[in-house]
Design a protein around this ligand. Structure first.
Ligand code: SAM
Length: 366
């Protein structure tokens, strides 16, 4: 073995333990969301001691205090620096800046970021099963993360969609909103908890919407939300019970962050071609990916996060049956998507100008 450089050794060890710090702090973020601590801080809207925070959340002060020290040290929450030489516990106060409030405590803000943290226990539990997947090659689908897994996905994607889908995305599709206001048939495939279907169903009462998903937990959540919404032009179903039509009768098909999760994405694109009218539109939303690992690693600052999420969720789902394609989170670049869509019988492929931190948007037409 070549000689170890002590400076490089220190730097590498530091790098490694920053990852562990991230994992442990992520667990504390999960608790801050789950226990309503961030929401209590946002509601107070002024600095609080750990005792005040414990009172507001009805939680134990000692546990809150240690949690707050982690969060403030990691700069997830803010603290007022105490100038005293011998500060007391009562001197330490904690608060959320407006930006921290948006990301940590505002379900309605497009930048709300608690979705992935919501599902952290389920995502981390996959560690108990991944060694077997590495041996057998077979991954686990979204239902392996249970009902809270479906809620985690819902909370990850819906805040942005609520703010942007109707106002900023659909108008970018050629002539689609006009058709939807008049009355059209729409399918959202891989609909998850149904957020996009319900948003569109409400905005376009003359159109009919069907959400398809293979996750029983996501479908149950979608059904619950449909009932609460009182929307009457939407239904949710499992395509294995009620297959998608094959008679070119659907005017708009949407797929949000799900094609790369599918075991047979090419087959799905063929089914989409059979379902869609000859002048219909497929809105494909999928992770912004480059064509190679090197490009992703050098151009996408979230590459390590996304490759890790892939092993624990996306690629696992797409390998959950023998022969699964295993595209992975960063596996559907624009070039790959266009090639696959063209071999499924589509001829027009256009990237839409939509600003999003992780997703790319495409209009695909026969
Ligand atoms: C990351 S989630 C996205 C959910 C939803 N589109 C959203 O944006 O919230 C991917 C979804 O694709 C679903 N899925 C995977 N394979 C599918 C298939 N072959 N047909 C329908 N849905 C599928 C999963 O069950 C999961 O709910």
């Amino acid at each position: 073995m070549t000689k170890v450089d002590p400076d490089k050794l220190k730097l590498f060890s530091f790098l490694l333990f920053t990852k562990l710090e991230g994992a442990v702090t992520s667990a504390m973020v999960h608790l801050g969301d789950h226990l309503g601590i961030y929401r209590a801080m946002a509601a107070a809207n002024s600095p609080m001691t750990s005792a005040q925070l414990a009172h507001a959340t009805q939680l134990n002060e000692r546990w809150i205090r240690e949690w707050a020290y982690n969060q403030a040290a990691a700069k997830i929450i803010s603290t007022i620096n105490n100038p005293s030489d011998s500060p007391t516990i009562e001197d330490d106060t904690f608060f959320l800046s407006p930006e921290q409030t948006a990301v940590l405590a505002s379900d309605d803000h497009p930048a709300f970021g608690m979705g992935m943290f919501h599902g952290l226990p389920q995502t981390m539990d996959s560690l108990n099963h991944l060694p077997e997947s590495f041996r057998s090659g077979i991954g686990r689908n979204y239902d392996s993360k249970g009902a809270q897994g479906a809620v985690s996905i819902e909370r990850s994607f819906e805040p942005w969609s609520r703010a942007n889908l109707i106002s900023a995305v659909l108008p970018k599709l050629d002539g689609v909103t006009e058709v939807l206001y008049k009355g059209a048939q729409v399918a959202d495939i891989g609909c998850g908890a149904g957020g996009a279907v319900l948003l569109m169903g409400k905005e376009f009462p003359n159109s009919k919407f069907v959400g398809y998903d293979i996750s029983k937990y996501a479908l149950a959540r979608a059904a619950e939300k449909l009932q609460a919404s009182k929307i009457t032009n939407a239904t949710f179903t499992d395509p294995r019970d009620q297959p998608m039509p094959t008679d070119n009768s659907i005017d708009l098909i949407t797929t949000f962050d799900c094609i790369h999760d599918m075991t047979h994405p090419q087959q799905m694109m063929q089914s989409i071609r059979q379902a869609i009218t000859n002048d219909g539109t497929w809105l494909l939303v999928d992770i912004k990916a480059h064509d190679s690992f090197t490009m992703n690693a050098t151009k996408n600052p979230m590459a390590a996060l996304l490759y890790g999420v892939s092993v624990m969720s996306c690629m696992s789902s797409s390998m959950s049956q023998p022969g699964g394609a295993g595209l992975g989170t960063l596996g559907l670049s624009a070039k790959t998507a266009e090639q696959m869509a063209k071999s499924a019988g589509f001829s027009r492929f256009r990237r839409l100008e939509v600003e999003h931190a992780v997703n790319a948007f495409y209009e695909i037409r026969p």
